[in-house]
Design a protein around this ligand. Structure first.
Ligand code: FAD
Length: 497
């Protein structure tokens, strides 16, 4: 098992409970990857941004409930967005959008939308980029007011450079008519068939009171408990894969130091990022022979680790995949409550979103007279956000939160940062062809499966990442070849490659 995020753990847990011998290698000194809870100076819990469990897949939800059987309460979703100076429910509804505009602007927005409806019938736009998709669904005025600027801020590039499929998968609701209809529905009724997989429309959220990382921790415990032969090794950076023909016969790794230092609780990285030194080695390279490998490391890292064992075309393709890096600033406050919602989205702040773990149900992550707020900031490795100290970023976020009237700067008792080089896969225009090259190449390796948010380069949540892990394990247990199992399944529907 390469990688101890929730996908690798779900795969390892499934194999271990079927009596298979499992060795899991994880570079960090903790388990769970992005689905983790790390501890600050007073043991307060900091999650990697809010990590609420969604109820989209009954089988996976039942598994989460069984693993966190001592507490896995659900809460109704309560997320806000600051839009044109006011707070609205997220996702935005037609009436909110209309209320935020002058009558003239509203008339222009609806006129633009009407033009798109006619155009779709007469001469539909070619769907190349996310910009094409959103303009077709919303019209140019609404696109320019919200989606364009916000996407550029979060992803660091304009929607014209992001693939249409990015918008199709993440925001299928981007149709003014659907938004209008959904405005008049309530609660669970808001979700129509087919929309249930779209994260922003999920209305029921589960959160372990001790923090999101509890589920990952328990899965690791169960892998260990299933057999004394099973090994879950942390601070083990995978550094190479040895091939014998089309089989991975051994995995090489090196012991590394924790990435925690000076208020940074972690820096998740693959060790293969060009020009970035993220790990301090603590020993010589070690080697484990193996018969089957489940990869959940980011796909470009997998191809780098396979080296000349894969074709030059695949090596080139893997280098084209991009990730947006992520810095989470965690603030512990000397007061029991800070935000008026679980999360609030902003267009004009350093952070894209702020969240209060307690409001999601993470009620035991710190004492009741304190609270933890998490600020998500997307960035590029090496830029000013990435290299800033925890103290500087903490002060900056506290100032911006105080300016919104949520708190006083002096209420902050602790600032920490959590970083990852692979926060979000960036679906650039043309990425589907790149992915096709990579998944075609991987069909050669029947004993190597890859999945998860990073391992299959898919913008998925914990429930789908876990489903991918379980599916990879069941595939290996089935004894079928990859061609039999997924040969005819298109990339976008695959749970592993
Ligand atoms: C800000 C943010 C908020 C989110 N909120 C939610 C939410 O509310 N609900 C939800 O369901 N999902 C949420 N998600 C998505 C969720 O985090 C992911 O879907 C899930 O955690 C992915 O799990 P994974 O195991 O596939 O990947 P990861 O968690 O990234 O695991 C990959 C693991 O591989 C390890 N690794 C990498 N390179 C090496 C190497 N060379 N050697 C050894 N180990 C290595 C990493 O350290 C990591 O532990 C959110 C994601 C982000 C970024």
């Amino acid at each position: 098992m390469l990688g101890g995020g929730i996908c690798g753990l779900a795969a390892g847990f499934t194999l271990a409970e079927h009596g298979e011998r499992v060795t899991l290698l994880e570079a960090q000194d903790f388990l769970g990857g992005l689905a983790t809870t790390l501890r600050g100076a007073t043991n307060a819990g900091y999650d990697f941004g809010p990590h609420a469990y969604h109820a989209r897949n009954q089988r996976v939800l039942d598994m989460f409930k069984e693993i966190a059987s001592d507490g896995f309460p659900a809460r109704a979703k309560n997320v806000r967005i600051k839009f044109r100076g006011k707070y609205y429910k997220y996702p935005l509804e037609a009436m909110d959008i209309a209320r935020s505009m002058s009558p003239l602007l509203a008339a222009r927005a609806f006129f633009d939308y009407f033009i798109e409806v006619v155009r779709k019938r007469v001469r539909p736009r070619k769907m190349v980029s996310a910009e094409d998709w959103v303009i077709q669904g919303m019209g140019k005025t609404l696109y320019g007011m919200f989606f364009g600027p916000y996407t550029t801020k979060v992803w660091g590039i304009p929607p014209s450079q992001l693939a249409a499929s990015f918008a199709q998968h993440r925001i299928p609701q981007i149709n003014l008519w659907k938004v209008a209809v959904s405005s008049f529905r309530q609660g669970l009724d808001k979700i129509t068939e087919g929309e249930h997989k779209y994260a922003p429309l999920v209305v029921q959220l589960y959160y372990p009171p001790k923090g999101a990382g509890l589920v990952s921790q328990r899965m690791a415990d169960r892998i260990r408990a299933a057999s004394p032969d099973n090994r879950v090794i942390t601070r083990a950076l995978v550094t190479g894969l040895e091939l014998t023909g089309d089989r991975v016969s051994a995995v090489r790794y090196r012991r590394v130091a924790s990435t925690a230092q000076d208020g940074q609780l972690c820096l998740i990285a693959t060790g293969t990022e060009p020009g970035l030194e993220t790990y301090r080695f603590e020993g010589a390279e070690e080697r484990i022979e193996c018969d089957r490998v489940v990869n959940t490391l980011p796909l470009p890292a997998l191809f780098a680790l396979l080296g000349d064992g894969v074709s030059p075309a695949a090596q080139r393709a893997a280098r084209e995949l991009r990730f947006r890096a992520l810095t989470i600033v965690g603030l512990r406050f000397r007061k029991p409550k800070v935000l008026p919602a679980q999360s609030v989205y902003f267009q004009d702040k350093t952070f894209n979103r702020v969240s209060e773990t307690r409001n999601y149900g993470g009620t035991e992550i710190c004492p009741p007279d304190e609270t933890v707020v998490l600020c998500d900031i997307t960035c590029e490795t090496g830029d000013a956000i990435w290299t800033a100290t925890a103290a500087d970023l903490g002060r900056r976020c506290a100032r911006e939160l105080a300016a919104e009237g949520f708190c006083r700067e002096e209420d902050v008792a602790e600032c920490v940062v959590l970083r990852s080089t692979t926060g979000y896969p960036v679906y650039l225009v043309g990425f589907e062809a790149v992915m096709q090259t990579l998944v075609d190449e991987l069909m050669r390796f029947d004993d190597l499966v890859t999945g998860g948010r990073q391992g299959l380069y898919k913008y998925v949540d914990m429930d789908i990442a876990s489903e991918m892990g379980i599916t990879m394990a069941e595939h290996l247990l089935s004894g079928r070849t990859k061609r039999e199992a997924i040969g005819a399944v298109p990339y976008e529907d695959r749970l592993f490659g």
